[in-house]
Design a protein around this ligand. Structure first.
Ligand SMILES: Nc1nc2c(c(=O)[nH]1)N[C@@H](CN(C=O)c1ccc(C(=O)N[C@@H](CCC(=O)O)C(=O)O)cc1)CN2
Ligand SMILES: [Mg+2]
Length: 299
């Protein structure tokens, strides 16, 4: 039987997007400034195509300008870098995002390093990563930012809580650990080489799973009453022939019997990623124009 509160990331994200749209309208009214987001898609990865389409629709729905750039999967790195440099110079573009993954002939680190840090709404540039690690203001990666919003809404005061981040990627695990540390949690980062992962998980008041391994975290790894944030989005074979379904990195049914609160997949962290992209674009636009956020703003 499900005991845990199910954290409604989809609902939270929709509400956040509505509030962002209101702030965009106010920004246009007060300063005549309209945020613009450029999204670059390289190749034909079906999931990336869906994400980019959803980002474009969400951008327009928030009242921002959307610029989509699609390049073939054979494109060379120099051409992509030249496009990013052009977007860096374009005053209508306040945020730049290059959809990942990129084809193998392109080094993502080189492309990300080309993005103007002030327009890096993914928060992946080393300058923004360094700022986050040092507790300085910058642009924060969207998925960890969304996880923190859900955590604050669910738990409230995070100070002193024991948090375990499962996964050490530069996109989710490391920034997530920095954000939890900044919120005064006691943070452990676990990974594939961690000894007795289950025991580490069982100590955590907050468990953030971001390893990309379907249902790896079992129900008996969860501390009773813990808050579980599942970042995994894994497509696995479904019950019916030829059908697939999405699962997280956590065995939802098992964990929901033990946890105090848990994000579902789908409908948990995923929708927060796009909502936080809009938030970062608004933040970047304000900073580029020297406009302070109103007191009731999200960021
Ligand atoms: N440049 C970037 N590339 C990628 C990022 C990113 O933040 N920046 N993240 C992911 C993909 N992603 C956004 O780009 C993303 C993934 C999932 C969702 C989402 O809403 N998921 C839904 C389920 C969707 C489905 O049915 O497939 C959910 O979890 O409810 C939004 C955005 C990799 N690349
Ligand atoms: Mg503009």
């Amino acid at each position: 039987m499900t005991k845990a509160r199910i954290i409604d990331g989809k609902g939270f994200a929709l509400d956040l997007r509505t509030r962002i749209a209101a702030q965009v309208a106010a920004l246009k009214e007060s300063h005549g400034v309209e945020p613009g987001l450029a999204v670059v898609l390289v190749g034909n990865d079906p999931a990336s195509q869906v994400y980019v389409r959803n980002k474009g629709q969400a951008t327009l729905a928030a009242g921002m300008q959307s610029f989509e750039h699609k390049l073939p999967d054979t494109v060379d790195q120099a051409t992509l870098v030249a496009l990013v440099e052009r977007l860096n110079r374009d005053p209508a573009v306040n945020g730049i995002l290059v959809q990942l993954p990129l084809p193998r002939q392109i080094d993502p680190a080189v492309v990300i390093a080309t993005i103007d840090p002030a327009k890096d709404v993914d928060g992946f540039h080393v300058e923004n990563a360094g700022r986050l690690a040092l507790g300085l203001p910058g642009l924060v990666p969207c998925t960890p930012l969304g996880c923190m919003m859900l955590l604050r809404d669910t738990v409230g005061d995070l100070r002193g809580l024991r948090a375990l981040v499962l996964g050490r990627s530069g996109i989710v695990g490391k920034p997530m650990a920095s954000l939890l540390l900044a919120a005064d949690c006691t943070v452990t980062v676990a990974h594939s080489r961690t000894r007795d992962l289950a025991a580490e998980c069982r100590r955590a008041d907050i468990l953030v799973a971001a390893v990309g391994r379907p249902e790896m975290v079992r129900g008996d790894w969860i501390k009773p009453g813990a808050t579980v944030i599942d970042v995994g989005i894994n497509r696995v074979a479904g019950a019916a022939e030829g059908k697939t379904r999405l699962v997280g990195d956590v065995d939802f049914a098992g964990a929901a019997e033990v946890a105090g609160a848990i994000t579902p997949v789908p409908g948990g962290v995923g929708p927060m990623t796009i909502a936080c992209l809009l938030l970062n674009t608004l933040t970047a636009t304000r900073r580029q124009n020297g406009i302070a956020a109103p007191d009731d703003a999200e960021a």
